[in-house]
Design a protein around this ligand. Structure first.
Ligand SMILES: [Fe+2]
Ligand SMILES: [Fe+2]
Length: 151
């Protein structure tokens, strides 16, 4: 059924957003050095946005008569965002963020398609808004990647 695909993707996105919050926060804390300052600050801002995304997804699940998952239903997936051994390896964190944002973009594109197929414009509208946020994050971190690659 189309609606269950929507709910499945909403639940998946909810877990992804919270895993992103955990990994962005951990990376923002562990990074060291003058070169890391800009990235740490940017991650701190994104943490608030991703947390807000998860809240919106959870509220939408409730409106659809479903529930957001909790930690017992959770499977960690963000291998690329595990903090680097070397706490000054800013570039590896940037690349992990790019992978997470690209993954989120793909999930929200799938959610847009599933919501459209289910004739659920409210979920579709939410997915479009979140997609725009993730694209903005990715653009910002692509800029950082260029900058830090060339150093
Ligand atoms: Fe997000
Ligand atoms: Fe994001």
């Amino acid at each position: 059924m189309s609606e269950s695909k929507v709910i499945e993707l909403l639940r998946k996105s909810y877990g992804d957003e919270l895993e992103t919050v955990m990994n962005y926060q951990t990376n923002a804390i562990i990074l060291d050095g003058v070169r890391a300052e800009e990235i740490k600050e940017s991650l701190q801002q994104d943490i608030q946005e991703e947390l807000n995304h998860s809240q919106q997804l959870g509220n939408r699940l409730k409106q659809l008569g479903a529930r957001p998952p909790s930690s017992a239903n959770f499977t960690a997936r963000q291998d690329s965002l595990q903090p680097p051994e070397d706490s000054t390896d800013v570039l590896s964190v940037i690349r992990g963020v790019l992978e997470a944002e690209t993954d989120a973009i793909e999930t929200y594109r799938s959610l847009i398609d599933a919501a459209e197929a289910a004739n659920d414009p409210v979920t579709e509208d939410l997915a479009v808004t979140l997609l725009a946020d993730e694209e903005a994050h990715r653009t910002e971190f692509r800029g950082f990647e260029k900058e830090y690659q060339n150093d």
